[in-house]
Ligand binder design. Structure first.
Ligand code: Z7Z
Length: 403
């Protein structure tokens, strides 16, 4: 038993599977239920605790000592189960081990290093948007949101052109693997062996050009800031977390804009607002919907006592629509809101280290579109893409009407 600092209340239970196809595609009613029923909710289906209110999700993310990452950011507790791959030095670690890896990575993907890539990204974006406008009707996912990051990010990493088709399937695997061992994970695992092999090989020094992020990670190992054994794992982190997340983020932004024509018009009238539109889109439909932490000790959250050794599922997507934080229009997409403060990139010591490049990719492609496209209109039903962690689209057929 522990000494409680605060009075405790009973933790309510919800017999719902948040990883079911229904909730993965339409999570928002469930999110509301989760937020309203209490600050902490027990999900007996998986024997885990869950939070969906902004303040509680935020403070749990910041409190890395009570909500650790070293036991995995997925459902699996690394103390009890062998992870599906060697744990990430960044994601699946706590300070002080986390700190050295994080310091190297924030030097590699800094605002300064990313600034030097901007002009190149802008010409890629302009060329892509021009060719898409020429076609008129396109798929905003497979012709745009996948194409742009899959060109500029692997180039920035220093990856060769061959084999890049493995990046999206690897991301799908990594993000499905944070959830339960359901049909989605099974499907991702089915064809994963060659994909995993390619990723592993691509993390080695001689697979990477001498001027990309990959080479800079290896240079940090040469300087002794990390060990030589750690370098390929940090390259793997960028390949795991750097592609699907931005693809989903850009696609979700385009979906929100295409289905809210007045918002597109506002952006078209002021393309400099692209970066704010992206933040609001991340808040409105967060690509990373959930991940887990683990409690090494009992912990009290807003009067609810979570036992030691619990897995805790944090609903970033629910926090980002919590009316307690965002007011009565939380469910509306409004680029004038200035959605900053959302937890779509996480918060605290693990907050997305790739943010500078993710933001720059999104800003550059949305700016090019905003300048050149007067209207973006859905031409048929979008199709959702299912993933245990990511929310997004497999297909968004749109017409681009040039200015
Ligand atoms: O280090 C890694 O391999 C890594 C993988 C996934 C880092 C981060 C993520 C991740 C990103 C997990 C966003 C959840 C949400």
């Amino acid at each position: 038993m522990t000494i409680e600092q605060e009075p405790t209340v009973d933790i309510p239970t919800l017999d719902v599977d948040p990883f079911s196809a229904e909730i993965l595609t339409q999570p928002y009613d469930f999110h509301e239920q989760l937020r309203e029923i209490g600050p902490v909710v027990h999900l007996p289906r998986y024997g885990v605790y869950a939070m969906g209110r902004y303040d509680d999700v935020h403070s749990s993310l910041v409190n890395w000592e009570s909500f650790v990452s070293s036991r995995g950011a997925g459902l699996s507790d690394f103390k009890r189960e062998k992870p599906w791959r060697a744990p990430s030095l960044l994601l699946e670690s706590d300070p002080p081990i986390h700190t050295a890896a994080r310091t190297v990575m924030s030097g590699v993907v800094s605002v300064r290093t990313v600034r030097q890539l901007r002009a190149g990204f802008e010409s890629e974006a302009d060329a892509l948007v021009d060719s898409l406008i020429e076609r008129g009707t396109i798929d905003a996912v497979t012709d745009l949101a996948e194409v742009f990051p899959l060109k500029v990010f692997p180039d920035a990493m220093g990856l060769p052109a061959e084999g890049r088709e493995n990046l999206l399937p690897y991301g799908a695997l990594a993000f499905n693997a944070f959830g339960p061992h359901n049909a989605l994970l099974e499907a991702a695992l089915a064809s994963a062996a060659p994909v995993q092999e390619w990723i592993l090989a691509s993390c080695q020094r001689d697979a990477l050009s001498s001027d990309g992020f990959g080479a800079q990670i290896w240079a940090a190992a040469d300087r002794g800031e990390i060990t030589i054994e750690q370098a390929p794992l940090l390259v793997r982190s960028l390949l795991s977390a750097g592609v699907d997340t931005t693809v989903y983020g850009i696609a979700n932004s385009l979906f929100a804009l295409a289905t809210n024509p007045a918002q597109w018009t506002a952006l078209h009238d002021n393309p400099a607002g692209a970066k704010f539109a992206f933040d609001e889109a991340l808040r409105f439909e967060s690509p990373v919907q959930t991940f887990f932490r683990t409690t090494p000790k009992p912990v009290n959250v807003a009067g609810s006592s979570i036992p030691e050794d619990s897995k805790v599922l944090l609903f970033l997507g629910a926090a980002n629509r919590d009316p307690r934080k965002w007011g009565p229009t939380a469910d509306q997409f409004d680029i004038a809101r200035r959605g900053g403060g959302h937890v779509a990139f996480g918060m605290g010591v693990h907050q997305c280290v790739g943010q500078p490049i993710a933001r720059m990719e999104a800003e550059v492609i949305l700016t090019a579109l905003a300048r050149k496209v007067r209207r973006i209109e859905l031409v048929s039903e979008p199709r959702a893409k299912l993933n245990n962690t990511l929310k997004g689209w497999a297909s968004i057929p749109v017409a681009l009407v040039p200015r």
